[in-house]
Design a protein. Structure first.
Length: 258
């Protein structure tokens, strides 16, 4: 694969918490392909993690943004416009639900937990895409988000996150239709289970990873590099005719009947 596939491109990667983050795997792949990366972090603590990772990238920019706050998203995009002029791609790797909503019965989900999960995990893509679009217009831009099989099948312990990911996938299709005339594509990657800071909140994640590796057609666990390379395809000109899609990177697990 050409190391110059994204030469001269600038991309925003949201959701890097540490070196095990899927967002970090994507940032690394895009960086290695020649892109300049802008990393966002939610708060000062996570910002320290981003600062430790930054030296592994080529001249990255680090910016704080809590996507639960519209003013911070506005400030982020204004800052990016001032610093680099525009964006060629955005990676949205953000999801959150209160830990108590990821155990027990889904029927017991509180209104507050539902609102939080849908706001951070699904609406934030809409908010970010809307504000990033002016920076991406007519640049053959690409927006990529991350989802999971729990959006369409019942996964024990995933609960309200499954509903949030279903809303996220529907948003991908509607955004693809809205932003297509501006030359912006919107797609999602449905990755197999990977043990990350975020997924650690899901009860039994280690068992899910083990079972996945044993049963998936490729008989292997999903890796950060696999997801990173697929994201690289989606943000590059190679996928210029692809939008509104959910692309599975799970070793074929989703095709199994049981």
């Amino acid at each position: 694969m050409s190391s110059m596939l994204l030469e001269g491109k600038t991309g925003l990667v949201m959701g890097v918490a540490n070196k095990r983050s899927i967002a970090w795997g994507i940032a690394r792949a895009a960086n290695n392909a020649g892109a300049r990366i802008i990393l966002t972090y939610q708060n000062e603590r996570l910002g320290q993690n981003a600062e430790k990772l930054a030296p592994e990238l080529n001249n990255p920019l680090l910016k704080q943004c809590d996507v639960a706050n519209d003013d911070e998203i506005d400030s982020l995009m204004e800052s990016i416009g001032n610093d680099v002029g525009g964006l060629d791609f955005v990676v949205h790797a953000l999801a959150y639900a209160p830990r108590e909503a990821l155990s027990g019965a889904y029927a017991a989900t509180t209104r507050e937990a539902f609102h939080t999960a849908l706001d951070i995990s699904a609406y934030s893509l809409v908010a970010v895409a809307n504000r990033a679009a002016p920076l991406m217009k007519d640049r053959n831009g690409s927006i990529v988000t991350l989802t999971y099989l729990g959006s369409e099948r019942v996964v024990p312990g995933y609960n309200v996150m499954g509903v949030a990911k279903a809303a996220l996938e529907a948003s991908v299709r509607y955004l693809a239709n809205d932003l297509g005339p501006e030359g912006i594509r919107v797609n999602a990657i449905s990755a197999g289970p990977i043990k990350t800071l975020a997924s650690s909140a899901v009860s039994g994640i280690s068992g899910m990873v083990k079972m996945h590796a044993e049963r998936t057609p490729l008989r292997s666990a999903t890796t950060l590099d696999e997801v990173g390379d697929t994201a690289l395809f989606l943000v590059s000109p190679l996928s210029r005719g692809v939008t509104g899609e959910v692309l599975y990177v799970d070793g074929g697990y989703h095709v199994l009947g049981a």
